[in-house]
Ligand binder design. Sequence first.
Ligand SMILES: [Zn+2]
Ligand SMILES: [Zn+2]
Length: 348
Amino acid sequence: MDFLHLFGIYVAVVLTCIFLVCKYSGQQHNPFNTLLSYVSKVVAPFTPQWLQRSSHWIFHRLFHQRSNIFIYLHIFLEGSVYAEFTYEVFGFCREMDTSLTSLSVPYVLLAIKSCFFYLCIKTDPGTVTKKKVSSLIHVYPYDRRLFHPGVSCETCQLVKPARSKHCRVCNRCVQRFDHHCVWVNNCVGAGNTRYFLLYLLSVCAMALDIALLTGDMLLHAVLRSGLLRASYIDEYGQQQPAGPLFVVQHLFLTFPRIVFMLGFVIFVFFLLAGYTLFHSFLALVNQTSNEWYKSRGFVCRHCHPMPAADNLCSPVLDHSKRYYYSRGLLRNLGEIFFPPQATQKKGN
Ligand SMILES: [Zn+2]
Ligand SMILES: [Zn+2]
């Protein structure tokens, strides 16, 4: 198998990963979990008990308990990209007369992102405590669809305020619960959604800027080498012009670390850009990921006046009530950045 076939497989695998992660991330019953449980059942009889116990412990430790492992992994990946950028790309760009101002933008973005990352980790997402619960139940009205009055959390033994949910990882109920994020080792809730959104936006900007600067550097390297005008002799002795695939192969062999880093940041950018768009949409309609996933089972009586046979048993929902907590784009955004206080009563 030659280089170009391997490169084609690499691109196909990366694109498939992006598609699958974008499509299924956040769903509890997704093909990954189904495949994982199927594989575990198949290999269980051939796996020693100690190995089963340790893999179960590692999985539990990573995804079902609070742990800083993903924060360290995040810092390690980011450090590797910035080390490569500083070590190779920065010097090459300076030789190409790229201004210091453009080259300093990724470092400014890194400082901004680190600030939001830290705030996301350290800010209380809105823990429902015995002291606060009586005032928190007045913050949002119960929609009587996803949230019903008088329901208590069996673990915390507290009445659940509307839009709150118990996080099994943190073992607490969180006000306006969005999801538990392993990358920040914290829940995303009323208190830190704004930092989470700004963190996502800054990571996207950072990845895009590094990708553009690195792409520009590689383009200059190709132009400078004169590869676009080069030719080669094929196996039949014919002279052939060096096409784009030849250039890609040359770049892979000449700058392997830079090309790999560029592939990684492009992957991160597309992955996070989709996720950021999704969260920006949720912020604009004043809905949490938790509410969005739960609402998907409902059928709108306007969009589907004659429900399909397989939807006959689905709960019917008026379209205007799908975004029950929405109060207009600007007020929805304002609510993200200035979360309503516990003592403040709100109507819809
Ligand atoms: Zn709870
Ligand atoms: Zn949590």
